[in-house]
Structure formats: C-alpha cells, structure tokens
Design a protein around this ligand. Structure first.
Ligand SMILES: *Cc1c(COP(=O)(O)O)cnc(C)c1O
Length: 363
C-alpha cells in the first residue's frame, strides 16, 4: 500500500518557528487541501495549537473547514461576485473578501436579507492583476465600508506577485501602494482591521512586509522557494511496500524508453508508486523565462550525469532510483542493500502533488 506520511510534530514546529520569527499573527493558508496535507486534519491540529483564523481560496474549502472548525474564523481569500456563490458564503458564516464595489453591494444585500452582518476583508490589487480594488479605486472601497451597513470590515490585504528574492523593487512598490490604500481608508475614518500582505517568501525575506499578520502556506511544509533560513522541517514522505525483488543480468534494460542498462548483475526492487500517485511530478517545471529554461536545463544535465540522482530510502539506507519513473511503478537499485519484499521504500515528495486518492497517515 502507498501512503503519504504527515508528521504532525514537524508541522507544529514549522508553525511555531514562523510565529516566533515574524512576531505577528500567522494565518495558515489551507487551500489545495492544505497543500496536499489534508485541510481538516491540519486545521484541527493548528486549532488545538491556538490558531483561530485560517484562510482558503475556494468556497467549498471554506464550507468544509467552517463545518469542521465551528469555533474558528475562516477567511475566504477569493472575492466572489455571483449571487449563488455569495449566498453560500453568507450561509456558511465565513469571512468574505470584497474586491469591487459591485460585489460588496451584492454581499451587503444578501447579508441584509439574511439578517446578519457579514465579516469582510478588503482586497487591493497592488500588482498581481487578479482580484481586488485597484489603488486608484481605494476611495470606492472606503465608500463601501462606510455605507454598506451589513458589512463589517475586519481586515485588509493585498498579494505579492514576485517576492522570491530578486525583485525587491516590485515588492516595495506593492507595499507602498498597499499602505496608500490603507491610508485612504483611515482618512475616511475606516478602521482597516488586520492588515496583511506577505505569503511565505515575503514573510521570511522582508521583515517590513509582516505588518499585522502573514498568510502562510508553503512554509508550513518547509518547502519554500527562498533560502530556508529558519531550518523549517520538510514535510512529505511517500511510503510504499516493495512488491518485487529480483536479480537482472548485466546488459539488461530497465524501464521505459530503454534509458538504463545494467552494467553488471544487479539486484533491483520494484516499488508500486509512480507518477499517478504524484511521485516526482514536482520535477515538472515552470519554464516561463529564459533564466528558468537555463536553470532547469542545468538541473537536467546534472541529473543525466548522476550528480542529482533520485533516491528512495529503504531500511534507513539510500537506494538510487534507476530507469524512467512509470505511471504506477519505479525501480530502485538494491544490490548493496539487505531488504525484502514488503519492506517500506520512502520517497521525499511534495504533498501538493500527491494524488488525493493516496491515503494520508498522520503520525
Ligand atoms: C496561496 C496564498 C498564500 C500563501 O502562499 P505561500 O507562498 O504558499 O505561503 C497567501 N495569500 C494568498 C492570497 C494566496 O493565494
């Protein structure tokens, strides 16, 4: 059987390390099934550790989490603007995001019909180009907050488009625009509530971005695209039992496309885990820019010459993965290992890509 191991102690360690480093409220972002870890389990674990505010991206996620954690506040980061969606948000009692005057009016009207005040965060688009009031429309956000009486503003936020270290100028331009929007609200005597801008990379790299809170997703898994200064613990271990062990003679092919030939008689283990489970699919790359193409080309080059081999761990020892990864099986060289069928082979894998059918085991 194949299972994704989620180490709760490491998750809590990462949460506490980020809380200690930033010194501000940490809002765990549990979108994408908590980056593959399991939204409900992670939500409960963090709730028990004292977290009371969580963020997600989609209505379905917000509904599920609100049902599982009735005493927590769930912030839906995406502004929705169709009536049926907004009705669901109000019914679930989650905190909505408003990103335009029209959607704020719609939410206000439905909240009024239902006889409730809807808690909201105001989203500003300072450069991501996705959702939110543009900085030049900050006055409209202030008007919405002032005149729509069934909305209660509890926070304001924006999202960074490029905080991975190299483009400091665009980061601080966004911070500057965001603070101007907050200034506009304050001048209109609107109390902005919790003010938050940074995700994991921004929060780690730039103390100035931490403001009133940080929204943290990938750093909880210890998988950040910036230098891991905090020594966050990496989470994501895909385990599977070896289903076949055999000797192959010298000169025998291993795997699809005939990319690997044994140089000597070799003892191999077949492990029933592959791309279909999400194994190593994170090696698929974003090659949007020339520098990414060069970077990945260099990685492929190193892989080809054995500098960055893929490994699994069997009985505490490393075994190289050989041949191409299959959809359902991989092969490891266990010539030098003492192991049997039924032994566990473990792979370091980003949980985000682990197929949702794969069982999660919380330890
Ligand atoms: C995903 C997301 C985050 C968290 O991003 P990480 O870089 O994974 O920490 C924060 N804010 C918004 C709006 C997001 O969509």
């Amino acid at each position: 059987m194949t299972t994704l191991i989620v180490q709760k102690d490491k998750l809590l360690y990462n949460l506490k390390a980020i809380q200690a480093m930033t010194g501000v409220q940490v809002i765990p972002v549990l979108k994408g099934n908590a980056y593959g870890l399991g939204e409900i389990e992670v939500g409960r674990l963090f709730f028990d550790a004292g977290v009371r505010l969580f963020a997600v991206s989609r209505i379905e996620e917000a509904e599920r989490l609100a049902a599982a954690l009735p005493h927590a506040e769930i912030l839906l980061l995406t502004p929705y603007s169709t009536e049926s969606d907004v009705r669901r948000i109000v019914a679930a009692g989650v905190t909505a995001t408003i990103g335009s005057y029209e959607s704020a009016v719609l939410l206000n009207g439905i909240a009024e019909q239902c006889g409730v005040k809807s808690r909201v965060h105001i989203k500003f688009d300072t450069g991501m180009g996705r959702f939110g009031f543009l900085p030049e429309d900050a006055e409209k956000a202030a008007q919405a907050a002032k005149y729509l009486n069934n909305l209660e503003v509890c926070g304001c936020f924006s999202h960074l488009s490029n905080c991975f270290g190299r483009d400091k100028k665009s980061v601080f331009r966004q911070l500057d625009l965001f603070m101007k929007c907050i200034g506009t609200l304050r001048r209109a005597e609107i109390e902005p509530g919790i003010v938050h801008l940074a995700g994991s990379s921004g929060a780690i790299l730039y103390p100035k971005l931490r403001l009133g809170a940080v929204r943290i997703g990938s750093a909880l898994l210890g998988r950040v695209s910036v230098k891991n200064k905090l020594q966050l613990k990496k989470i994501g271990r895909l385990e599977s039992e070896i289903c076949e062990i055999r000797w192959l003679p010298a000169g025998h092919n291993i795997g699809y496309a005939n990319t690997y030939k044994t140089k000597k008689p070799m003892r191999i283990a077949v492990i029933p885990v592959g791309y279909a489970d999400g194994l190593f699919v994170e090696k698929i790359r974003d090659t949007f820019r020339m520098r990414d193409i060069l970077r990945f080309g260099w990685q492929d080059f190193r892989l080809l010459f054995g500098r960055d081999k893929l490994y699994c761990e069997i009985g505490g020892k490393r075994a190289p993965v050989i041949g191409r990864i299959g959809l359902c099986n991989v092969i490891a060289d266990v010539s030098d290992l003492d192991c049997n069928t039924g032994d566990i082979a473990a792979f370091d894998t980003n949980p985000l890509f682990v197929n949702s059918n794969v069982e999660r085991t919380y330890i």
